[in-house]
Each structure stands twice: as C-alpha cells, then as structure tokens.
Design a binder for this molecule. Structure first.
Ligand code: SF4
Length: 432
C-alpha cells in the first residue's frame, strides 16, 4: 500500500511543479513514506534522516517530510526529536500535501498533519489522475481495520475500516488500463472486508471483481491482504466464474494453534481456515496459497508450534512471510512477555526450512512444463524478459517476439528457490 500511496503523493506534488530526480543531492524536497509494521520502524526513519542530513551537509537544506504510518504513530514527537524534519503527514492526510508545502514555504512553521480524514482523501485524489503505467498496478479499494489482532498496529495507524465508492474505483481501474496496466491488484489492509453501500445497494469485493472481469483489456485480477473471516460465499464463488481472478490467494493465518489464534484475537480457528482452503480447492484443484506466520508469540508452547508446522504441511503454501514475534508499542500484546528469543530463532529456522522445501518442490514441478506468463518488462540483458505465472512466481525467460502486457506460454527449463527460468514456447500448449 505504501507503493500505491507513494505514487499518489507524486501525482499530487507534480501538480505544483515537483518532478522526480535520480540525483538525490539535487532534491528540493525529500519525502520519506514510512511503514510501521516491522520492528524498529521509527529508529530506521531517524537513521534515514541522518543519511539525508549527511548528503546535504554543505548544500541547501531540502524540505523534509515524513509521511506514512510512522508519522501517524509518532506525530509531533518526530519534529521535537529531529528538528531537521519540517513536516509529518499521516497516511490519511497526504491529500493535503500541496497546501501544506505551500503553507510551509510561506510561514516556515513546522507542520503536524495526522488527522484521520480518509473520506476527503479519496474525494481529493479522485480529481488527480493515477499516472501508474506498470503492467501490474496496485489499486487501493479499502483502508483501515476493525479486527484488532493483539499484535498489530494497523487499527491505530490507519484507523477504522473505510471502503472507497464503487464507481470511483472502477473509474481509476479504467484509467490504469488506459495507461497500459494489464493486471490490477486490489489493495486494502483488510481488502476482502470491502463494503460500500449506495442507494440501498451493497457493493462487496466480489462486485468489484465481477465488474473488472468484464473489462476487455484487463487480463488478470488479484487482491491482497485478506482476512479469513471475510472470505464470504460471494467471494469464494468468484473463483468459479471469473476467469481473470488468479487461482492464488495470500491468506494470513499467523498460527496453526487455536489457543494462540484466540490470544491473537484472530477471530478464526484452524478448522475455519482449513474449511476455506478446502472449499477453494474444490472449486479449482490448481488453487495455491501463501500466508503469514508469527513464531514465538507470548505463551506459544512446543505443541502450539507443532500445530503450525502441521498446518503448513496440510496446505502446502508455495510462498510465505514468517517472523519472530516482536512487540509493537501501543498494542495489547506489547504488555506480555515474549518467549525465549534464542529458541525462537531455532523455531523460525525450522518453520522457514519447511516453507522453503515446499517452495522448491513447487518450482521443480514446472520444469519441462509450460506456464502461462504475463510479461511485465524487458530485462537489460538482450532478449530476456520478466513476468509472473498465475501463482505470482517470477519467471525470467528468453523471447524474440513478446512485449510487455502479452500473456504467453513459457517452457520452464530450470528453477531456484525464488523463481523459474525458461524460453517463450513456439507452439500453443495448455499452460499451467
Ligand atoms: S486483521 Fe490484519 S490489519 Fe487488522 S489487526 Fe489483524 S493483522 Fe492487523
């Protein structure tokens, strides 16, 4: 989502005369768009500001803006601690960036803009075309979260769940497609909680998927990140009849133990989660999944950890994110003691080895087979291109005739843990 927000911040400031520079030292303005999810996020921002200070030591000081969730969480504390920062802007206030910059230039008074003004944000953004022109483009449809998992900062930094108007999203999608996008990734902290009501009608993420599925020049649809509680029947049904919805779902589970899931306030059990996986596999036997895992959550025992490993084996996740639990200030879990860190490192290694083996087996499966690939870009080295399979696996391949945006068959010749390698297949073959 920060990538989407950064692009939109650029779209905004470009209307008051700013343009991107590849020479950092030439910049009149530096914007650090920050994420607060990972450990030591705040310290990393101060560290980065230190680098900017060093770069501009003998030069005119640029306007320094910290935006995003660290700005939201720390607000004016940042300006107090680091006077080199001129402005902090929260993720729900960045639509005001132009007025704030112009105001600062006039009055030279430090600015803290961290209101939750999400409705006005998207109304304002609607007036500025989204200039992204990547083959695969992000499109935010929903922000915020009402779930309050005990480890997570999102409900505090992004605020309550908000769904953008249906028509506003479809217009932005059409604009992206006109710019050349062939894949749209619908985004939200709780993307499948999307729920927009207008004139007595209820628009869900399934309504968006169905509408996008009918747009001629769009080839693929994805969405992320979903919560198991919001995998409703109407969304699951989209996998039956929306041919552009990719058969790959990132569905965070965090733990395979019901006890830990309850402590995390995840609002689902292992059985509930597995039921969704089984229903989707029944609709499409090729369906594949990835997930997020937290290791060493407070009160996690060996038995709980073993249950997570069993769940990994049961689902066969082809790609996942996993971390040792670290407390985020301000969350309910921050009050609890974490488990033994050394032991958690061992546990993380075991878990990641399991995931790695599955990923390798999955990649190996494609050797000598054909994969359907959406070509994203040409690589610097001559006749090589980059694209992704339906399951998001990166593929580097040779071709003498494809172009970005084409859907082609690639014959896979080799693999490593992270991706596949091959060549543009001549014959039309049934592709995986
Ligand atoms: S559902 Fe996701 S975003 Fe919401 S609190 Fe839980 S982990 Fe955070």
């Amino acid at each position: 989502m920060n990538e989407y927000d950064s692009n939109r911040i650029y779209d905004l400031v470009s209307t008051i005369g700013f343009s991107k520079t590849s020479f950092k030292k030439e910049a009149d303005c530096v914007v650090l768009n920050t994420c607060h999810i990972r450990e030591k996020a705040t310290e990393k921002v101060y560290h980065e500001i230190g680098r900017v200070k060093k770069d501009f030591r003998n030069l005119k000081k640029p306007l320094v803006i910290v935006s995003g969730c660290v700005a939201q969480a720390e607000s004016k504390e940042m300006i107090k601690r680091e006077p080199y920062i001129d402005m902090v802007i929260g993720p729900q206030s960045y639509h005001k960036i132009n007025d704030l910059i112009l105001n600062y230039k006039k009055r030279k008074i430090k600015i803290d803009s961290t209101d939750f003004d999400v409705v006005t944000k998207f109304d304002q953004l609607e007036k500025i075309p989204n200039t992204q022109n990547k083959i695969s483009s992000y499109l935010t449809i929903q922000e915020g979260c009402d779930k309050f998992c005990t480890f997570c900062v999102v409900p505090y930094t992004r605020g309550a769940e908000y769904s953008r108007p249906f028509k506003q999203i479809i217009n932005e999608a059409n604009n992206l497609i006109k710019n050349g996008s062939r894949e749209i990734v619908l985004l939200g902290q709780n993307v499948n909680a999307y729920n927009f009501k207008e004139n007595g009608k209820n628009f869900k993420i399934s309504s968006l998927i169905r509408e996008l599925n009918s747009i001629k020049n769009l080839k693929r649809i994805r969405y992320t990140t979903s919560h198991p509680r919001d995998m409703t029947d109407d969304l699951i049904d989209c996998y039956k009849d929306c041919n552009k919805l990719m058969p790959f779902l990132h569905l965070p589970v965090q733990s395979g133990s019901d006890k830990i899931l309850k402590i995390m306030n995840r609002k689902h059990t292992k059985k509930y989660y597995m039921n969704i996986i089984e229903r989707l596999k029944k609709i499409n036997k090729d369906m594949k999944f990835s997930s997020d895992f937290i290791v060493g959550y407070p009160d996690e025992t060996e038995k709980d950890f073993q249950e997570t490993l069993n769940l990994i084996k049961g689902v066969n996740f082809i790609n996942s994110y996993s971390f040792i639990y670290n407390s985020r200030p301000g969350t309910p879990a921050a009050e609890k003691n974490s488990n033994n860190l050394l032991h958690n490192k061992d546990k993380l290694k075991i878990l990641q080895d399991n995931l790695k083996n599955i990923q390798l087996q999955n990649n190996q499966y494609y050797v000598d087979k054909c994969c359907e690939v959406l070509v994203e870009n040409k690589l610097d080295s001559g006749d090589k291109f980059f694209g992704r399979t339906k399951f998001m696996s990166p593929v580097k391949f040779k071709s003498d005739r494809c172009k970005p945006g084409d859907l082609i068959n690639v014959k896979i010749t080799s693999f490593n843990q992270n991706g596949l390698f091959g060549f543009h297949e001549n014959r039309e073959m049934k592709a995986a």
